[in-house]
Design a protein around this ligand. Structure first.
Ligand code: AMP
Length: 184
């Protein structure tokens, strides 16, 4: 059977202070399922990461999870996923997630999510891939990040093209429009 278009979701292993974040995560999971796409994610069952996966799975999506051995307990690694890859290291996890995806969506999250976003952005900047990257800017969550990227460009530490390597969307509908244009 052919592998459906695959969406890698990077997001928080915590829930954040507003219920909006979990709602957005559930809506993203449901969107992936309803479109017939596959979810690729960090295989944990905590924070909004868990929300994305539960909602995608409940709505019938195939789910591909990747988790390093040492986080199996900490992030409550899910054993009931369509595919579960257990890696030795965090680097390997990111690589397996990335290589098995056609597009990347970044939901609100913490340092891990930022690391994941900047890694795919860096790879894009040096021409290692052309996969589309979307920031879901729910409730303006990513505005400080967008301001930082603009600042880095304005101060001459990145080319203006850095801003073209990802698209910020502020609603689930806009995310769906962008993802379907990229994947279908
Ligand atoms: P966080 O946004 O900090 O909640 O982390 C989100 C996800 O990123 C979790 O699955 C973390 O295990 C993962 N993560 C945290 N730090 C790193 C890192 N340095 N490299 C790759 N993934 C990370």
């Amino acid at each position: 059977m052919a592998i459906p278009p695959s969406v890698c979701v990077f997001c928080g292993s915590r829930a954040g202070i507003s219920p909006t974040y979990a709602q957005a995560a559930r809506a993203t999971g449901a969107l992936i399922a309803h479109r017939g796409w596959r979810l690729v994610y960090g295989a944990g069952d905590i924070g909004i990461m868990g929300e994305v996966a539960r909602s995608a799975q409940q709505a019938g999506a195939s789910v591909f999870g990747v988790i390093p051995t040492h986080l199996m307990a900490l992030e409550v690694g899910r054993l009931d996923l369509g595919t579960l890859v257990v890696t030795e290291t965090m680097h390997e996890r990111k690589k397996v997630m990335f290589t098995n995806s056609d597009a990347i969506v970044v939901l609100p999250g913490g340092a891990g999510t930022l690391d994941e976003f900047f890694e795919v952005l860096t790879w894009r900047q040096i021409g290692l891939h052309t996969k589309p990257v979307f920031l879901l800017d729910i409730d303006g969550f990513w505005q400080p990040l967008l301001a930082l990227v603009d600042h880095v460009i304005a101060q001459g530490f990145a080319a203006p093209s850095l801003r073209d390597f990802f698209v910020s969307v502020d609603t689930i509908d806009a995310l769906e429009t962008q993802l379907s244009a990229a994947l279908e």
